[in-house]
Design a protein around this ligand. Structure first.
Ligand SMILES: Cc1cc2nc3c(=O)[nH]c(=O)nc-3n(C[C@H](O)[C@H](O)[C@H](O)COP(=O)(O)OP(=O)(O)OC[C@H]3O[C@@H](n4cnc5c(N)ncnc54)[C@H](O)[C@@H]3O)c2cc1C
Length: 376
């Protein structure tokens, strides 16, 4: 069984050839496609490689949540980088969601997201984030109780109003179409084995959790981490229109327009085995996901799709964007710690601007060289 999102037939796109590229991008997920589009619009000759097809890495295998902010809650981010910086970072991701909405068409539904509490401790944490968001002027709503049959299961929720949900493979394939239309050559099934084979072009490595072998001193410091997801048979009742996530993001689920429950997470049932770049499914996580969806709907559901993907974890939960230390004219954008749908798009644009000579002040939070000093 494979990704429900990738089961859709890819759309046609312009076939482009670029001679003597100025910039070569490795990785045709959301980051690489966003960077490619932006660089082509800036007039650069761009070639984009992927070892597989467009969106066939994490970008076509994820939960579909399009969330604002950093991987940590707003108040936690404010503690680590400062209030004003957390505001700037969150506002930047909200603008990225606006851009996604303008480019994604029917691959994006802007329905908000619900971060739910499963116990009193999580309720207190959510309340602290809610109050910090509202005090900083961001749109957020507090949900004090759930309707039956979920009133005992979830004790409260924080609604992130600007968020939404993607059909992520459709979105990134569409983004690749925009990039090709802007003049980007896309070479699928074309693994880049060494920097030397790229003929001196500027290189941007956009491989997030997948080991590329191209990152020199920081190779492996964006830690490959496996996520597993299932999609059930379509169910007639509409119960989770809005993406829900709870237990600190360890469980996440929503319902697709055709009625399937898509659910992912439960890495914590066998924590150590999930730090891997192997896309195999495992029994403990699959059983936990199946039991979870059965519990949500109160009956046994058939699982039609089950898949895994790899994302890149970083110990300080901030993305990694900038020049790769020790390498000449090689850049990286990745390390979204499981929150790459919006951050990947935003960081792809950020690295593209930097390559074109416009380094955004936000980049100081994302310096790749810091990985050399972080414990793993
Ligand atoms: C199961 C799962 C659930 C997730 N859920 C969510 C979610 O709900 N919301 C959210 O925001 N984020 C989520 N994420 C994270 C998100 O999917 C990723 O952070 C994001 O898609 C990364 O995009 P990317 O373009 O940087 O990398 P990817 O989409 O992973 O693309 C990297 C590409 O690089 C290619 N590659 C690697 N090495 C080479 C090489 N040497 N030569 C050529 N090509 C190479 C790979 O083939 C791959 O296609 C999830 C991730 C997983 C795995």
């Amino acid at each position: 069984m494979s990704s429900y999102w990738l089961s859709e037939t890819p759309p046609e796109r312009a076939q482009v050839t670029v001679e003597d590229p100025e910039v070569v991008i490795v990785g045709a997920g959301v980051t690489g496609c966003a960077a490619a589009l932006r660089l082509a619009q800036a007039g650069k000759r761009v070639r984009l490689h992927d070892a597989r097809g467009v969106a066939e890495g994490a970008s076509g295998r994820n939960g579909g949540f399009a969330l604002r902010g950093m991987p940590t809650a707003f108040d936690v981010t404010a503690e680590s980088v400062g209030e004003a910086e957390a505001v700037a970072l969150t506002a930047w991701t909200e603008r990225a969601i606006d851009s996604i909405e303008s480019l994604a068409g029917d691959a994006f539904r802007r329905v908000g997201s619900l971060r739910v509490a499963v116990d009193e401790e999580e309720r207190v944490e959510l309340r602290a984030e809610y109050e910090a968001l509202v005090a900083a002027g961001f749109a957020a709503e507090w949900v004090d109780r759930f309707e039956p049959p979920y009133e005992d299961r979830f004790t409260a929720a924080l609604r992130h109003v600007p968020d939404g949900v993607l059909q992520p493979a459709r979105w990134v394939r569409r983004l690749a179409g925009h990039a090709a239309a802007a003049g980007v050559e896309i070479r699928e099934h074309s693994r880049v084995s060494s920097l030397e084979e790229l003929g001196g072009a500027t290189v941007v490595v956009c491989t997030d959790g997948y080991p590329s072998g191209l990152l020199g001193s920081i190779e492996g410091l964006i830690i490959p981490t496996r996520g597993q997801v299932i999609a059930t048979e379509p169910v007639p009742e509409r119960v989770f229109e809005v993406p829900h996530y709870g237990r600190h993001g360890f469980d996440y689920w929503h319902q697709t327009p055709d009625g399937r429950i898509v659910a992912g997470g439960f890495r914590d049932v066998s924590f150590d085995s999930e730090f891997t770049a192997d896309e195999r499914l495992t029994e403990p996580v699959q059983s936990a996901l199946q039991a979870f969806v059965n519990g949500l709907l109160g009956r046994e559901l058939r699982v039609d799709y089950a898949w895994a993907g790899i994302f890149g974890m970083v110990m300080d939960f901030l993305p990694v964007v900038g020049r790769v230390p020790g390498l000449d004219d090689v850049w990286v954008a990745g390390g979204y710690s499981g929150h790459g749908n919006v951050l990947g798009f935003a960081c792809g644009e950020l690295v593209a601007a930097a390559v074109s000579g416009a380094e955004d002040p936000l980049l100081r939070h994302f310096a790749p060289a810091r990985l050399l000093n972080l414990g793993s």
